[in-house]
Design a protein around this ligand. Structure first.
Ligand code: UDX
Length: 482
């Protein structure tokens, strides 16, 4: 297979784009000092309480704090972040009416809708209390997750500006915004016979790549998506955990269709100083195990914090991994197999893979991906996992489960061409074959070369003069002008 060159990293303009960089940074330092001395630069953040949403919001909070803003995080009791990890932030828990830990596994859509209803009054009360506690302290704006659309009405009531954080890909956001058109044209709801049909309005997506959340209450899903899009349009801006080089088409579409400022400042996890914001405890034994493996030899397997599979799928995965004869680090999250909190791996698997495999309940993923022994990532293509893999130059095996993951997987395999897609069900032969293609064959080498170009661009966009660096400073200017 011939490797076609990727476009050159034109979005990194480098420090020369500032005619007087010294003056510019002096002005920035002065502004930052002013913010540190109060000046009403107080931000209130409200995350969606799910791992893949909470982490980027906390990273954003850290970035803005380092830029001189004071931070209050209003959060639900459910999946509450650990305040001891963030001594500089003010944490305010609110009641959420969420009692069922199972909710995120069984009906994610109902879970999100419930938060949007249950948190309205407590969120507003909390804001009022904040203002009464310290009347001098102006709230510059509310920054909330795009899925927490109810916060727009509260912001309006309180005459506070709201900015959105979009934690998933910009492309999936554009796809969600196109739902009315996709329904009108008959692509949605997805019907089996036409699942392979190309969506000509959103290339290279096929019908089966469109976001889906596995619910029979489709009207509720469409309403939730419509609320998210409409309340984004009435907000004062959108922050995106993505970067120019990766999703320039989607950025152009958002800028054209949403007449509000758009700030792609990602990858957000790259700004952080390293402490974990994970809701689950990382098992660091996986790092010691990786230390003993040969460079680029290990396939890392993890499907994020929400995906749930069938027991039969787990069995096929196990044998596919074993038969591939590649070293593997496999995260099996408790509760990630339907109907059981923990699962027994098939008989004979342990003997066959002894010395070759490491299974943990939750790994320090960012460190794992950065480890030189890791040569591939079998992922569900959650947006954080996708971006984290790009940032470490690790090619992917994509097995998307629901929601935006299908859109992301299609882009990984057919736009950036840095991964292979496992489609049409899991079976051990198919898995074994895909792992070998990724890890040992020439095809994997080509994917690795391409993802290194994305990695370089991810590094560049955060440096002074890079696209995300500039967007971050436009965001700060925007907040200061509100
Ligand atoms: C959810 C949705 O499922 C996803 O589609 C959406 O894009 C974001 O919200 P999740 O499924 O948890 O997220 O996946 P992902 O976005 O990849 O986030 C998982 C996070 O957990 C990553 O930051 C990853 O580093 C972390 N993680 C995962 C660990 O720290 N350890 C692990 O073992 C696995």
């Amino acid at each position: 297979m011939k490797l076609e060159p990727l476009p050159s990293p034109i979005y990194y303009r480098g420090p020369i784009s500032f005619p007087n960089i010294k003056l510019y940074s002096m002005a920035r330092t002065e502004e930052k000092k002013q913010r540190q001395h109060g000046m009403g630069r107080h931000l209130v953040l409200f995350p969606c309480p799910l791992e893949g949403h909470l982490n980027p919001m906390l990273h954003l909070a850290s970035v803005l704090h380092s830029e001189g803003f004071s931070i209050t995080i209003i959060h639900t009791h459910f999946n509450s972040p650990d305040p001891s990890n963030y001594p500089n932030f003010n944490f305010k828990p609110i009641s959420d009416g969420l009692q069922d830990e199972e909710a995120t596994r069984t009906d994610l859509m109902a879970f999100i809708s419930d938060i949007n209803v249950n948190c309205k009054v407590p969120f507003q009360d909390c804001l009022v209390r904040l203002l009464l506690e310290n009347p001098q302290d102006q709230i510059a704006c509310i920054i909330s997750d795009a899925l927490m659309h109810f916060t727009q009405a509260i912001a309006n009531n309180m005459k506070l500006p709201r900015i959105i954080l979009r934690t998933s890909s910009a492309t999936s956001f554009v796809t969600c915004a196109a739902f009315p058109l996709l329904r009108q044209k008959g692509y949605l709801p997805i019907q089996d016979p036409q699942s392979e049909v190309m969506v000509s309005e959103l290339p290279p997506l096929r019908v089966k790549d469109l976001p889906n959340i596995g619910t029979d209450k489709l009207d509720n899903l469409y309403q939730l998506v419509a609320n998210m899009i409409n309340e984004t349009k009435t907000s004062r801006g959108v922050i995106s955990n993505s970067f120019d080089y990766l999703e320039q088409m989607a950025f152009a579409k958002i800028r054209q269709d949403f007449s509000i400022p758009f700030f792609p400042i990602g990858p957000l996890h790259k700004y952080s100083s390293g402490h974990s914001s994970s809701l689950l405890n990382h098992d660091h034994s996986s790092m010691a195990w990786l230390d003993k493996q040969a460079p680029s030899s290990v396939i890392y397997v993890s499907f994020g914090s929400l995906a749930v599979m069938e027991k039969t799928e787990l069995v096929e995965m196990a044998w596919g991994l074993a038969n591939s004869d590649q070293p593997f680090l496999w995260v099996i999250r408790p509760g990630s197999v339907h109907g059981s909190e923990w699962v027994e791996l098939p008989q004979g698997f342990e003997e066959k893979t002894r010395g070759k495999g490491c299974v943990v309940k939750w790994a320090p993923q960012k460190e794992v991906l950065a480890h030189p022994a890791v040569g591939g990532f079998w992922t569900h293509c959650g947006w954080n996992s996708t971006v984290e893999s790009v940032c470490e130059g690790v090619p992917m095996l994509c097995w998307p489960c629901f929601g935006d993951q299908r859109v992301n997987a299609r882009f990984v395999t057919h736009v950036w061409r840095v991964g292979l897609h496992i489609e049409n069900g899991l079976n051990r032969r198919l898995i074994e074959n895909a792992i070998k293609r990724l890890m040992v064959e020439m095809e994997g080498e080509e994917l690795r070369k391409r993802i290194m170009v994305l990695k370089e661009n991810a590094d560049c966009c955060l440096r002074k003069g890079g696209s995300s660096y500039e967007s971050l400073h436009s965001l700060i200017d925007c907040i200061l002008s509100l």
